[in-house]
Write a protein that binds this ligand. Structure first.
Ligand code: NAD
Ligand code: MG
Length: 390
């Protein structure tokens, strides 16, 4: 039996993970964690006969306890309990919490030498070097689950990274891709929250429309694969059938294709280092007919350009970038600021942070990361306030 823990099990990636786990008979679920969706978490814990169910929020303890009454499933609450769950023995751990809240549990799992399937891209953007060092020093393995990074990882199997010239991540262009530029500033959270190809959580879907998601993924690729900033490229590809391309120094380009279904990269990480059959719709290129590509227009996607700024600066800038982006997104969802204001808030925050602290200094501990995160959130809140709509 393989002991599995799923962090963020009630989310989009979490549900897809459980869908795959339910199809197997060699899985023992040691822990599931969620947020405020206690009813769903309890349903999942019962269906998968989990040993432990954790809600990240203290006030959700009693409802979760009540919902699991008589099942014998252990119940816990609070962010410390989520981290504690990462110390439980497990063979495979899915990190699918959204936001910087996913960092500490993933870090804890690595400190125990686990195999960590990493969907939480915020971890690598916020604290890439620290996370990789933690994995190295405890013999832990990080497997990328973000679809583009899983695609790159697969294209690199058996290859030497030193022979790689460039890595290209594709982007659908998001829900507002075909909007006229002058309308973009007025896009609402509902309009930005619809994705043409992928079915994902609300936050990442809005990040896809702004391309903050792709900016995060560029930084994620730079950190995880150790690529120089100018080795990472982005192409708009509306069909989302090609997920990434790796170009080698002999002129060969290895592309990864498949249906846009997160169960592929999740399943790949679950079966790694082997492959096994997955319930994914098979690619039919004749039916697709064509594959389109275009260079992204940085006037339409100002957030994307910030990724190269962050990679060039290094140090604390990834953490500042992520924290500011999360705050800007909160303000956009609350309709305090406009769609294009999000990139301005993050850019302003990077500048004010650099004026007050050494942004090029790399945080050495998780506590340092969290202190930078807190400071950046305060600065981003101020930056957002100056752009609040009248
Ligand atoms: P989601 O919003 O659907 O789910 C997030 C999960 O995190 C839920 O279980 C929620 O309860 C939990 N959560 C939220 N706040 C929390 C907190 N403060 N503490 C602990 N748990 C908390 O998100 P998602 O779309 O499944 O994305 C999860 C992660 O995977 C994100 O980092 C995202 O960028 C990444 N990712 C998602 C997709 C996708 O297709 N959805 C693809 C690639 C990468
Ligand atoms: Mg992705």
């Amino acid at each position: 039996m393989r002991r599995v823990a799923v962090f963020g099990s009630t989310g989009s990636v979490g549900e897809s993970t459980l869908d795959l786990l339910a199809r197997r008979d060699d899985i023992e679920v040691v822990a599931l964690t969620g947020g405020r969706n206690v009813r769903r978490l309890a349903e999942q814990a019962r269906a998968h006969n989990a040993a432990l169910a954790v809600t990240a929020f203290d006030e959700c303890y009693q409802p979760l306890k009540d919902a699991l009454e008589g099942t014998g499933i252990e119940v816990a609450a609070g962010s410390h309990a989520v981290v504690e769950a990462a110390h439980r023995p497990a063979d495979w751990v899915m990190s699918a919490i959204v936001g910087a809240a996913g960092l500490a549990p993933g870090f804890a799992a690595l400190s125990q030498g686990r195999t960590l399937a990493l969907a939480n891209k915020e971890s690598l953007v916020t604290a890439g070097p620290l996370l990789l060092a933690e994995a190295r020093s405890h013999g832990a393995t990080i497997l990328p689950v973000d679809s583009e990074h899983s695609a790159v990882f697969q294209a690199l199997a058996g290859e030497d990274i030193a022979q790689v010239e460039t890595v290209t991540l594709t982007a659908s262009g998001g829900g507002l891709r075909d909007w006229p530029l002058e309308k973009l500033a007025h896009a609402t959270p509902d309009e930005a929250g619809k994705h043409p190809n992928w079915d994902m959580g609300q936050r990442i879907t809005i990040d896809s429309a702004s391309m903050f998601n792709k900016a995060m993924e560029v930084i994620e690729a730079h950190e995880f694969f150790g690529l120089a900033p100018d080795q990472v490229k982005v192409l708009i590809h509306p069909q989302s059938l090609v997920h990434a391309l790796v170009a080698f120094n002999d002129g060969a380009v290895m592309a990864h294709l498949g249906a846009p279904d997160m169960r592929h990269p999740i399943g790949y990480a679950l079966n790694w280092p082997q492959r096994d059959a997955l319930p994914i719709q098979r690619l039919d290129l004749a039916a697709a007919g064509r594959l389109d590509f275009a260079a992204p227009d940085l006037n339409r996607y100002p957030a994307l350009a910030l990724a190269w700024k962050v990679m060039e600066t290094g140090g604390a800038s990834g953490c500042v970038f992520n924290a500011a982006k999360e705050v800007a997104l909160d303000h956009f969802i609350a309709r305090n600021i406009g769609f294009l204001d999000m990139a301005s808030v993050v850019e302003d925050t990077l500048a004010t942070f650099a004026a007050r602290a050494d942004i090029a200094a790399t945080p050495r501990t998780l506590d340092e990361v969290l202190a930078i995160d807190t400071m950046a959130r305060d600065l981003a809140g101020e930056a957002a306030a100056t752009r609040h709509r009248a």
